[in-house]
Structures are given as C-alpha cells and as structure tokens.
Design a protein around this ligand. Structure first.
Ligand code: NAG
Ligand code: NAG
Ligand code: NAG
Length: 470
C-alpha cells in the first residue's frame, strides 16, 4: 500500500502536488459494502512486517456476506452459512475492517487514477492485512464484491479545483478584521479574535492543519437513536465532567502543536492513549507518546496527508504498538521511518467506534464512554469561522470570509469533558485541540452539545491502552 494516496482526516495530498497522479480519493459508502464479497488470502506466517503491496498467490478463499447491524457471515460453497457471529465496520469512506473465524481483516477501497481523473472502485480493495485476533499469524489478502445488495453506483470521479484556485491556496493568509467583527456581531455564545501567527501560514497550510481538504464525508452518519437503557444510564451521570479536574487531579496530558502537518489524527490518538493511561494508573504513568512515529512509519495512515484515529489509536496501537515522544521526537513533516528497535513499544486493545460500529454514536453514549473509560478521539467539521475561536461555546455561524479561501475540513481532536453553561443553560463538550496552548481556551475549546454540532457526535472512537509494568 503506497502512502500519501488517500483522502483522509487531515488529508491534503493533491493540493501540494496538483499534477502528480498519486493523490486520489477512495470515497465509498456503507451501502457499497453490503452484499457478498470474495477474498483470497495469501500464505500466512509470523512476520507482522510483511509487505502486502504484492500479496502473492492465494492459498485460501473465503466468501463473506456483510449485512446491516455490522453482521458478517462466512458463506460456504454449498450455500450453508457458518460463523454467523462475524463483525464488520466501515472505516470512514476509505476502507473496512471485519472479524470472522477469529481473524481480523482490514483493507482500503480501491481507486484508479489517470492524470487528474481519479475514480473510486468501491466493489474492490487494495491488498489488505489479515491476522488472527491475537496478532500472531499474519497474511495479505485481496478481494472483490461478487454480489452487491443494492444496484452498484456508477463510480464517481473526484472533483478537482481549477489551477487558479490551487495557486490562490498557496498564498499566505491575511487577517480580515471585518470577518471577525461580523462573527462577534452575529452571536454571543463565543468570541472570535485575531491569531497573528496565521499570517505565516498559506491558506493550504491552514486547511491541512484543520483536518485537510476533502476530509469531509459526503454521507456521514447521523447520531444513532438513543435506547431506553442508554438514556437511563446517562441520566445517572454527573451534570458536568472534566478529566482535567477529577477528584482535584488532572488526567489529561499537555496540549501540543501539530504545526502545518496534517497529523491531527496522530495527536488525537496519542492524546487519548496518554490520558487513558493516566486514568488507568491513577496518574502514575504520565507518558507523552510519539505522533511522529505514526507520521513516518505508520502503515495504516498517510503521514502528513492524514489518517484515522480508529486505525491509529486503535488498530496500529494494537498491531504494532506506539513509542515514547523522547524516542521519536516530533518533526512536523513527512520523513522516512527511522530504526525504532531501541524504542520500547506500548500497546492498546479493544478499539471501537463508540456505540459499536461506524454510525452508531450519540451524545449519551459518548458521555458514558467518557466518564467510564476516559477521553476519546472525536472528529468534527471545521468551518472558516472556527479558525478565529478564542473562547466560549462554539456554534457554526454560517458566515464565511470572502477574502481568505477555505474549505470545510474534518479535524480529529480529543474529547475530555462536558457541562452546561450556568447562565444560558447551553450544553457543551470540552475538547483538547493540537494547535498549541495559546490557541482558544488554553489550547482547548468548548462546542455545543446535543445537536451534533459540526458532526462532532457522529464518529467518536475509543481504545484501551495497556499500561507497561516496570
Ligand atoms: C479526464 O476525463 C475527461 C472527461 O471524462 C476526459 O476528457 C479526459 O481526457 C480525461 N483525462 C485524462 C488525463 O485521462
Ligand atoms: C464522494 O462521493 C460523493 C457521492 O457519493 C460526492 O458527492 C463527493 O463529492 C465525493 N467526494 C470526493 C472527495 O470526491
Ligand atoms: C490516586 O492518586 C492520588 C494523588 O496522588 C492519591 O491521593 C489517591 O489516594 C490515589 N488513589 C488510589 C486509589 O491509589
């Protein structure tokens, strides 16, 4: 799997190299997955460093049916089904993971690029990785959908910007005081202000920092309905909660700055594992983990062009582990993977979309997960106005800056708390950003809760780190 090739959270490839072929969007949906797929699995072994670019001859095939409620069923050739307890989930619009016969399978969807014309092929995959649930026996696999549940869509070619717009995005950002005044005049829930440092960024750099162009989902899931059980459980929770102030202790690691690299997914992921380690060990393990090792070495993400917390805090941390910041310091740019054999690796397990699968999230489930297990990675849509957030409870104003081009992005961050404003009664989430501690409310922001503001209640991700002993 070549890196830097997919549109992702923080993803941004095409803009920097507008005429290079490698920048392509896999842009697939839940409905594309439904139906029957056939996979061929290559010979296995105990080597997890295996390169699946060329999977080699198949030694096994399996046929799997993917249905609603994340059910995956293995089909035998005589039509008799077995292992009806299989599980699958979509991973954003980029790929999927399924678990059958105590093996996990993960692959990105296939795409095809010719010049600037790129098309997602949602009934096929790039070669993917499979291993048993314990992570011992590894193999590569390929596959395609042989019977769609619905009529397959025509492949949609990606939409590209004009070259004039590409050039415009390479120019520097210029503060527009009128825009800031307009935001402050339009509402009183939050304050907008000037960030002088933005003038050092290009428009493109700011967009990448905010999650990356085209990271926005065309068919993102809405929050799932709340079950009676969940409602009852959530009603027992405290009215407000903040992992920075639990029994007088702070369980959240310091705010960091990702710079112009589209690595929000790595910061959100490491931030979750750091905080949850503190929670699990009553603050006796206060580590800072390395986002750069993810950017430079991660097989399941695309470096400074983006990635997903589900695959990083979750799958990568389970399959390969993560290392300490001091062993692999942050560079804020793409670079080749250094030897990490001297770095001790820590692991996480039980990674999941909050609610169980992609599309099953909601406010109450997020509150329960937060209070019970610790901070979690969330993603939300960043609009032009958000860039000027200085404090208060953010709500998108619908205003946009006519002078500074911007595109809506999807940005990964860390949810640490929730509460209600005593004066206005407005409910909010408290969220840790990775834009330095002088941004927003000391590196944090609050955003309206209960209304899926900017899609923040649709795709939360959790994973459980495993503390190292000694
Ligand atoms: C891209 O697609 C357009 C419209 O289908 C076509 O005219 C053009 O030749 C294609 N360009 C390349 C480089 O394939
Ligand atoms: C993804 O596909 C949808 C249609 O399913 C389309 O509206 C959207 O523009 C596509 N996104 C990209 C980045 O090509
Ligand atoms: C957790 O740490 C705090 C502060 O060091 C200490 O007061 C408390 O007793 C610890 N709790 C447990 C259960 O060890």
């Amino acid at each position: 799997m070549s890196r830097g090739t997919l549109w992702t959270l923080c993803g941004f490839a095409a803009l920097l190299v507008p005429l290079v072929v490698a920048d392509t969007p896999a842009n697939c949906t839940y409905a594309d997955m439904l139906g029957t797929w056939k996979f061929s699995v290559s010979k296995g072994g105990n080597d997890k460093t295996l390169d699946c670019t060329d999977p080699g001859p198949a030694t096994n095939t399996i046929t799997v049916q993917f249905s609603h409620f994340s059910t995956a069923t293995v089909m035998s050739s005589d039509g008799y089904n077995f292992d009806v307890n299989g599980y699958w989930t979509l991973i954003y619009n980029q790929g999927f993971e399924f678990r059958v016969m105590n093996r996990k399978f993960f692959a990105f969807f296939k795409w095809k690029g010719e010049g600037k014309n790129v098309t997602s092929m949602c009934g096929e995959i790039m070669p993917g990785w499979s291993h048993d649930v314990l992570g011992h026996d590894w193999a590569c696999f390929q596959g395609m959908r042989i019977k769609p549940e619905q009529k397959p869509r025509q492949p949609t070619p990606a939409v590209y910007q004009s070259e004039a717009k590409e050039r415009r995005l390479q120019q520097n950002y210029k503060t527009n005081l009128d825009f800031i005044e307009q935001i402050n005049g339009a509402q009183s829930s939050w304050r907008a202000g000037v960030y002088p440092e933005y003038e050092k960024f290009t428009h493109a750099g700011l967009i990448r920092r905010a999650g990356g162009r085209k990271s926005v989902l065309p068919h993102r899931p809405r929050p799932a309905p709340v079950s009676e059980e969940t409602r009852l459980a959530a009603s027992q929770l405290p009215g407000s909660f903040d992992w920075r102030k639990v029994r007088g202790l702070n369980f959240v690691s310091p705010v960091r700055n990702q710079g112009q690299c589209g690595s929000c997914y790595a910061f959100g992921s490491m931030g979750m594992l750091e905080a949850r380690l503190r929670v699990l060990t009553n603050n006796t393990q206060q580590v800072v983990l390395s986002p750069q090792e993810i950017v430079s070495c991660g097989k399941y993400s695309q470096g400074c062009e983006g990635g997903f917390p589900y695959l990083i805090a979750g799958k990568y941390a389970e399959d390969f582990g993560v290392v300490l910041e001091e062993c692999y310091p942050y560079e804020g740019k793409d670079s080749s993977c250094k030897d990490t054999s001297k770095c001790r690796r820590g692991y996480a397990t039980n990674y999941r979309y909050v609610g169980g699968f992609y599309g099953s999230c909601n406010e109450e489930l997020m509150q329960l997960e937060l209070v019970k297990n610790g901070p979690m990675a969330v993603a939300f849509e960043v609009y032009n106005d958000f860039m000027h957030y200085k404090g208060g409870i953010y709500e998108h104003t619908e205003l946009s800056d006519p002078f500074n081009p911007f595109e809506i992005t999807n940005h990964a961050v860390l949810l640490v708390g929730y509460g209600t404003d005593p004066k206005t009664g407005a409910k909010f989430w408290t969220v840790k950003n990775s834009w330095g501690d002088t941004w927003g409310e000391e590196g944090y922001f609050r955003i309206r809760r209960g209304t899926d503001e900017c899609a923040i209640e649709s795709i939360a991700v959790a994973a459980d780190p495993i503390p190292l002993m000694s």
